[in-house]
Design a protein around this ligand. Structure first.
Ligand code: HPA
Length: 271
């Protein structure tokens, strides 16, 4: 039962009452190391919680303070390509909702579909295209958590995006906004797919994030999404794709992302 999972986590959080959740993508786990006064809960210790399996992704919740904001971090997320059912991702976000989360910051590693978005840069997600082939809300809808047909016109909250851009400007970080396209993976894309996605108007491609965002929007949680660009899409250069390269570029941009998110949190007035 979802309520039992939320209760179990709440009982372990002690004095922490986070309203902001952060999902850390490939190579971006370091942000969690900066959390003060951390309470660490491995997913394996939470009965009924999905388990993560990809190398480079740890599987634990970390609650505590980041720049005076109470946060709940997911170090290690769930991907459809692992065989995790999309409805399990909905379970996680519903647990967040029950814990009182009001804002979700999602990060990921993504491939660039736009030559102006260079590897090592950060893209602020302004919208998405769901080509994962599925949707985490498929199935009966429990109206206590959200509507059957959620509106997706402001999925990546405009006010949060504007604040993030102001923070980036103050830090001298050049962040551009773009459209994130999700595929299920686990294969990297073919050159023909990359060409098609560029034509569709997407700026970055990846294998995550969209399910969490859909569930958060459904549950009335505001979303801010950031992609670390690790490589150009297949066929945009003459290099083959590698997961190792993705992790290495993620590491490089991670310092900038950590600084950006921390400063953003410090400046966020959470009503
Ligand atoms: N494609 C899909 N997912 C990714 C990529 C990519 O090129 N890079 C990082 N995640």
């Amino acid at each position: 039962m979802i309520k039992n999972i939320a209760e179990e986590i709440r009982s372990r959080l002690g004095k922490h009452t986070p309203e902001i959740a952060i999902i850390l993508g490939s190579g971006l786990g370091h942000l969690a190391d900066e959390i003060k006064d951390p309470v660490i809960i491995p997913y394996a210790e939470i009965k009924g919680f999905p388990q993560s399996s990809v190398s480079g992704h740890m599987g634990r919740l970390i609650a505590g303070k980041l720049e005076d904001q109470e946060v709940l971090c997911m170090q290690g997320r769930f991907h459809i390509y692992e065989g995790i059912s999309p409805s399990e991702i909905n379970k996680v976000i519903t647990v967040f909702k029950l814990l009182g989360i009001k804002t979700l910051i999602v990060t990921n590693a993504a491939g660039s579909l736009n030559y102006e978005l260079t590897p090592g840069s950060i893209m602020l997600i302004k919208d998405h295209i769901n080509l994962s082939g599925t949707n985490p809300l498929i199935g009966p809808d429990d109206e206590t958590y959200g509507p059957r047909f959620p509106d997706m016109s402001n999925a990546y909250d405009l006010t949060l995006r504007q604040k993030l851009l102001e923070t980036a400007k103050r830090l001298g970080q050049n962040i551009s906004q773009g459209v994130y396209l999700m595929v299920s993976g686990p294969t990297f894309e073919t050159p023909a797919e990359i060409k098609a996605f560029r034509t569709l108007g997407a700026d970055a491609v990846g294998m995550s994030t969209v399910p969490e965002v859909i569930c958060a929007v459904h549950a009335g949680i505001k979303v801010l999404g950031l992609s670390v660009i690790t490589n150009y899409g297949t066929g945009m250069t003459d290099k083959a794709q590698s997961h190792q390269e993705t992790l290495a570029q993620g590491e490089l941009a991670a310092a900038n992302l950590t600084r950006l998110v921390k400063t953003f949190l410090g400046e966020l007035n959470h009503e």
